[in-house]
Design a protein around this ligand. Structure first.
Ligand SMILES: Cc1cc2nc3c(=O)[nH]c(=O)nc-3n(C[C@H](O)[C@H](O)[C@H](O)COP(=O)(O)OP(=O)(O)OC[C@H]3O[C@@H](n4cnc5c(N)ncnc54)[C@H](O)[C@@H]3O)c2cc1C
Ligand code: SF4
Length: 472
């Protein structure tokens, strides 16, 4: 344990954001890192609890008390080694993880959790600055060939683990660059994309071969892929968005959130667009339907486009501002969460059901809505209309898409339409075909995708060699 009295002497202090008035003028990240001294002070607040709930709250089981202690003592290099032993990409999670670890921290019982996510980010950012993050090439090659479909965080984590134990790893990605939703979904202002390029460079030096613009099941036969590899991992994500099939859905100006967000990320990177018609919020009244990360990202992007107004509608009731700790801790509590994008200027309304999109001359002009009670029953005489020139549907994702890969590869799906595989073996119903990440578990988080990629890699390694040294 670092400083025995740290948590008594030092208040929680987290990274701040650049002012909203400045940051909405660009798409760069806007989080201001703490100084080294302040970060070490924050790490010293860790009490190294006998049972570290944070370690269990973190889906990759980061050994948080251990690296807090190392940071407090200024041993950044060993902190980095420790962090990398459980998490391939802490620079991603240190920026965009919702930090369930902090909800589990014992100091969260008093709303003062250790700033775990910021410390994680400081460790890896320093590691890159110091040149400590280098390719780890395998000492020997196994001669086994593995195909991974999809280069999101699940596919990348699996690829890195398997290449490091000597397998020949080939990642097939239908888009032009690696990263999955990290690159084409999550806006640059939350995570800049050079961070992905840097890892791809490291992984390429470790022996991973990336094949871009290959849609498996369309450009390359799924059967051929299985036949020509010793194992195949399906890590294609859960890309089918939840629709809102109500009257007026066909009107111009009603779009899936991902069509809007991916376009903006391509605009920032200068990549060609996949569709010609630009979706812009500039000068419009924007309605975002659905809460969650995707809805929040639509708000931040609309604000940067200079929308006239942005309103987010949520069908669920407004959650409490503060959770009842003794009922929820150390689990992830349901409570009102206000993101940096919300703070940039969005109205939020809860318990609202959208009944119809209304429009003129084929374009959306508004939404007819009604209020619902806690049981989702419509409240009599509560209907109202809201003006809208652009509607973004951000109600989550239903499952992986069926067309192409899943239609052709002949694996069983579970009741929700995800690839059926358990979390011990990660193997599908088809011999030597494995699955992980959102394609197996449904829409989730980056940190869960990394966990599944790592665990799936251990399973594949054991399948191919009879044993594995890879951690689960
Ligand atoms: C807008 C948005 C914001 C989000 N924000 C956050 C956040 O802040 N924090 C967080 O933790 N999580 C967030 N998430 C969730 C997170 O991004 C996902 O849970 C995570 O990326 C899943 O990783 P994955 O590797 O399983 O799949 P994905 O990231 O979806 O990657 C799948 C990849 O497979 C490729 N692919 C699919 N089919 C084929 C095929 N047939 N052939 C070749 N390639 C194929 C796709 O092109 C894609 O690159 C967000 C999601 C969205 C949509
Ligand atoms: S990966 Fe997420 S849950 Fe784990 S330590 Fe980092 S911020 Fe916390």
């Amino acid at each position: 344990m670092g400083k025995v009295t740290g948590f008594l002497e030092i208040d929680r202090q987290d990274r701040k954001y650049k002012p909203a008035a400045d940051r909405i003028r660009h798409y760069d990240e806007f989080v201001i890192p703490l100084s080294e001294e302040a970060t070490r002070g924050q790490a010293s607040r860790c009490m190294d609890c006998g049972i570290p709930f944070c370690h269990n709250g973190c889906p990759v089981n980061n050994q948080i008390p251990d690296w807090n202690d190392l940071v407090y003592h200024g041993d950044w290099r060993r902190a980095l080694e420790n962090l990398h032993s459980t998490n391939n990409f802490p620079e991603f999670t240190g920026r965009i993880c919702p930090a369930p670890c902090e909800a589990s921290c014992t100091l969260n019982l008093q709303d003062q959790p250790v700033t775990i996510k910021s410390i994680e980010c400081a460790i890896i950012d320093r590691g890159f600055r110091e040149g400590w993050v280098v390719p780890l090439r395998p000492g020997h090659k196994t001669g086994r060939k593995i195909a991974i479909v999809g280069s999101g965080p699940a596919g990348l984590a699996a690829a890195q683990q398997l290449a490091r134990v000597g397998h020949d790893v080939h990642v097939y990605e239908k888009l032009a660059k690696a990263g999955g939703l990290l690159r084409y979904g999550i806006p640059d202002f939350k995570m800049e994309k050079h961070l992905i390029d840097r890892r791809v460079e490291q992984m390429t030096a470790e022996g991973v071969v990336f094949h871009y613009n290959v849609n498996v099941g369309v450009d390359l036969s799924a059967g051929e892929l299985v036949d020509s590899h010793d194992a195949v991992i399906l890590a294609g994500g859960a890309e089918k968005p939840r629709d809102l099939p109500i009257p007026g859905r066909e009107l111009d100006g009603v779009h899936f959130a991902m069509d809007f967000l991916a376009q903006q990320n391509r605009r920032v990177s200068g990549e060609p667009q996949l569709r010609n018609e630009p979706i812009l919020a500039t000068g419009k009244h924007v309605i975002v339907i659905g809460g969650g990360d995707t809805g929040s990202d639509c708000i931040g992007t609309s604000v940067r486009h200079r929308a006239l107004s942005v309103t987010q509608l949520e069908i669920m009731p407004r959650p409490p501002e503060k959770e009842n700790k003794l009922l929820t801790w150390p689990d992830w509590p349901l409570k009102l969460r206000t993101s940096s994008s919300h703070e940039e200027g969005a109205l939020r309304d809860f318990s609202v059901l959208t009944k119809e999109f209304v429009g003129q001359n084929g374009a959306v002009t508004g939404l007819r809505c009604i209020r619902v009670d806690d049981q989702m029953q419509e409240v009599p005489d509560s209907s109202f209309t809201i003006q809208a020139d652009l509607v973004l549907l951000a109600m989550g994702f239903v499952s992986p898409v069926r067309d192409g890969l899943l239609e052709k590869i002949d694996v069983n799906l579970d009741a929700r339409g995800n690839v059926a595989a358990d979390t011990r073996a990660y193997i599908s119903s088809r011999d030597k075909v494995f699955a992980c990440g959102d394609m197996r578990r449904g829409q989730s988080l980056v940190v869960w995708a990394i966990r599944e990629g790592r665990q799936c890699a251990a399973s594949v390694d054991a399948f191919l060699t009879g044993d594995t040294d890879l951690p689960r």
